[in-house]
Ligand binder design. Structure first.
Ligand SMILES: *Cc1c(COP(=O)(O)O)cnc(C)c1O
Length: 369
């Protein structure tokens, strides 16, 4: 039997990192929360992103929630965001008691359509905008940032899939008011468990998140901000991230290389391919589109190839927060959810595996032509 082609391999992405050494450093110090590793990571990750401040957190969902709180979003407020990003942003919005107002995506990039955002801003007074850099691809962030500035609305970037993505030398997380990251193991920069962070230019904003991550403390045992909580990155995860950060650009380049194989081998098939090629796409996920998505997924699955759907259900149709009002009209979002399929793509993926994927996709379309 031929070897399975895995959708993701934690072993491959951690190849070449001495994880024992990272952990041993912490075990030797016996300081486990908010110590030297966290300090070093916050300093180096801020510098990497090209901002002045990084505040590490327990996970990416907390990053979105605390960013929303820190820019002043509260109960009853509206937040503009897309509905095709797995409900992460929506979760944050609901957690602060605000209401999501969904904006459709651009049919090419599947990220927030600036024109749809402009229309929404003409009829809504949101307290924040969340722009998600979906699949590793920078959204039309310059246009979105200009609209946010014109309307004086804080802009939150969801960078949880786009560590290191850059345009014009500027990296994800540095375009808006505050950028949110996750270090979940499958992300472009992944820990050995959960982790997250926000990055920003503004010291006061960073201070608010720093306070909110630790009970709302101004200083120890003095609770100055309401609705604080415990959301800290631990030293063991920070140590791993410190040792993996220097390899992030190379890891992204490896993903881009796999994507390059796909782009060349799949061109000409009746598939919509992603716009990969520049540094503004770090290929967290390699996502193709076809009306025959389910048949293609089954065909690949039967040949031992792991693939997945990111994401099958748009936020406005999720059951948890079903609205009484009529659902918004988001045709591009709904079509994308019905047609997207993610092929295996991770740092260190063997090219032979990518070859097997493209052979199988070609066989699928050969057989249905
Ligand atoms: C993974 C992810 C998150 C959530 O991060 P967690 O660390 O799992 O909470 C948020 N937004 C996007 C776009 C993500 O991909």
């Amino acid at each position: 039997m031929t070897e399975r082609v895995a959708f993701f391999s934690a072993q491959a992405v951690n190849q070449g990192v001495d994880l024992q050494a990272s952990l041993t450093r912490v075990l030797a110090r016996h300081w486990y929360v908010l110590g030297d590793e966290v300090k070093a990571f916050e300093r180096d990750f801020a510098a990497y992103c090209g901002v002045d401040h990084c505040v590490s957190l327990a996970n990416g969902t907390d990053a979105l929630e605390l960013a929303l709180r820190a820019v002043g979003v509260g109960p009853g407020d509206e937040v503009l965001l897309v509905a095709n990003a797995a409900f992460y942003g929506s979760t944050g919005v609901h957690l602060v008691g605000a209401r999501p107002v969904y904006v459709d995506v651009d049919s090419r990039s599947l990220t927030m359509d600036p024109q749809a955002l402009a229309s929404a801003l003409a009829t809504h007074r949101p307290k924040a905008i969340i722009a998600t850099h979906l699949y590793g691809q920078l959204a039309a962030i310059e246009q979105i940032a200009a609209l946010a500035r014109d309307h004086a609305v804080p802009l939150i970037e969801d960078c949880a899939q786009a560590h290191g993505a850059q345009r014009g030398g500027q990296r994800s997380g540095s375009f808006g008011d505050i950028g949110c990251f996750s270090f979940y193991p499958t992300k472009n920069l992944g820990a050995l468990g959960d982790g997250g962070a926000v990055v920003c230019h503004d010291a006061a904003l960073a201070d608010r998140v720093r306070s909110l991550r630790q009970y709302g403390w101004g200083h120890k045992y003095h609770n100055d901000l309401p609705l604080g909580r415990n959301s800290r990155l631990d030293e063991l995860q920070a140590a791993v991230l410190n040792d993996k950060l220097p390899g992030l650009d190379a890891a992204n380049a490896s993903r881009v290389q796999i994507a390059g194989h796909y782009q060349a081998a799949l061109a000409g098939l009746p598939l919509v391919l992603p716009a990969v090629g520049d540094g503004d796409h770090v290929v967290h996920l390699y996502v193709v589109r076809t009306p025959q998505r389910d048949a293609l997924r089954d065909f690949l699955g039967a040949r031992g190839i792991g693939c997945d759907i990111h994401y099958p259900v748009p936020d406005h149709l999720q059951r948890a927060y079903a609205h009484s009002e009529p659902p918004p009209h988001l045709p591009e979002t709904e079509q994308a959810c019905a047609q997207v399929l993610s092929l295996p793509c991770y740092a260190g993926m063997p090219l032979a595996h990518a070859q097997r994927v493209t052979d199988a996709v070609q066989a699928f379309f050969g057989s249905t032509a």
